[in-house]
Design a protein around this ligand. Structure first.
Ligand SMILES: C[S@@+](CC[C@H](N)C(=O)[O-])C[C@H]1O[C@@H](n2cnc3c(N)ncnc32)[C@H](O)[C@@H]1O
Ligand SMILES: O=C(O)C(=O)C[C@]1(C(=O)O)C=C[C@@H](O)C=C1
Length: 248
């Protein structure tokens, strides 16, 4: 995807030694480099974003309502809107970070499509969801406190119309200690291959500690079942990053 100049910076946030690494936050400096950061940090990110419209092909009609929860700069919403440029679908994109929401609003205006993308600042644990056809949460549940995750998934299940689809992408922690270690090594190799230094990898890791709390795949599966989803599958995995789909 083409970036607008304001968010096309190279991620150098953790490149210099910091005497004390502050907890990671989706602030203005992160927003400036976010597309570069997420593409170089999340294996399969681009493939997930470009595959989601293909998965949704069978769920999308003119009056479809889609939620993109934790939308950041709107990559998922834009990917959908640009794949179906003639359909007047409605996408409600919500993010907690003011900086993300402001930049997302500038970004989505830069393209032509019929979809109405409505971007709002808000906490996805608190917002009310209308009856909808599709809900997507890409790499955001991991930033929500664990004790709120089940309630959020249950709210999503309740909001979906029968036959509606939920897409959940997350970093996961393998339950097998050896595999967990190997997958973390592979992820760090992925970051190295993308130009991050040892210092950048370790300082970001410290910044994310206690901010990004990751679950096992079986925990995600259990939560989806508990929320009411009877049909679920992992449709994508690259190292310790997965995307799941669940149908009501
Ligand atoms: C890794 S980014 C998501 C990436 C995005 N979905 C994409 O595919 O490009 C996580 C986002 O979740 C947002 N976030 C974290 N907690 C949130 C909450 N409680 N409500 C809404 N957004 C939240 C952050 O502000 C951040 O923009
Ligand atoms: O696990 C890591 O080291 C990451 O950098 C992952 C991750 C994510 O999954 O959201 C963390 C923060 C940024 O938003 C980009 C990527």
């Amino acid at each position: 995807m083409k970036n607008t100049p304001s968010d096309s910076g190279e991620d150098k946030i953790f490149a210099s030694p910091q005497s004390e690494v502050a907890p990671f936050s989706f602030n203005e400096s992160v927003v400036d480099v976010f597309p570069d950061m997420i593409n170089r940090s999340v294996p399969g990110y681009g493939e997930i974003i470009s595959s989601i419209p293909k998965i949704l092909r069978h769920y999308i009609d003119s009056d479809t309502l889609i939620y993109d929860l934790g939308c950041s700069l709107g990559a998922t919403s834009l990917s959908i809107a640009r794949t179906f440029p003639t359909l007047p679908i409605t996408i409600k994109a919500i993010d907690y970070s003011d900086a993300m929401v402001e930049r997302c609003k500038q970004r989505i205006g830069a393209y032509n499509y019929q979809a109405k993308i409505d971007i709002k600042q808000g906490d996805i644990c608190l917002v009310e969801l209308a009856q909808c056809n599709v809900v997507i949460i890409n790499f955001t549940l991991q930033f929500i406190s664990r004790d709120k995750r089940q309630a959020l998934l249950s709210k999503i299940y309740d909001a979906l119309k029968p036959g509606g689809i939920f897409i959940l992408s997350e970093k996961i922690s393998d339950e097998d200690a050896l595999m967990r270690e190997r997958l973390i090594e592979l992820h760090h190799d992925f970051k190295r291959d993308n130009g991050y230094s040892e210092l950048e990898i370790s300082q970001k890791r410290s910044a994310l500690e206690n901010v990004m709390v990751i679950d096992s795949l079986s925990m995600h599966k259990r939560r989806l079942r508990e929320a009411g989803f009877k049909h679920q599958s992992v449709w994508f995995q690259h190292f310790n990053f997965v995307s799941m789909m669940a149908i009501k």
